[in-house]
Design a protein around this ligand. Sequence first.
Ligand SMILES: [Zn+2]
Ligand SMILES: [Zn+2]
Length: 125
Amino acid sequence: MSGLSGHCHCGQCKYQVEHEGVFHFCCSCESCTRLSAGGRLLGISVPDETFKAEGPLKVYSYPGGSGEHIELSFCGNCSSQLFARPLQHSGFVILRAGTLEKGHDFKPRKFIFSEEGYPWDLHAF
Ligand SMILES: [Zn+2]
Ligand SMILES: [Zn+2]
């Protein structure tokens, strides 16, 4: 299977990209922890060029760690986060690993902002 694809919980929003992911990572920064409503965010960066998404997406924009805004896209119906565009890394989209279709692999190689994470989550590192 080449490329990555995924969908939200209700199935109305879908995405696909012709890339396996540049960077697979876990982020435990304050924003990612809160927004994911879990201990950390599981992300995969892919180039924006072949990325396509459809469905009733909504965008929430917030300042990232460097002060540049991050535009987070989520399903307006079921609220699942699907992907985000960090404006300081234009040309890249960060997919949420939990929305991938089954069969795609997620291999986190980097753990970032681990020191900001919850102690109960860090035990899993
Ligand atoms: Zn949905
Ligand atoms: Zn983060």
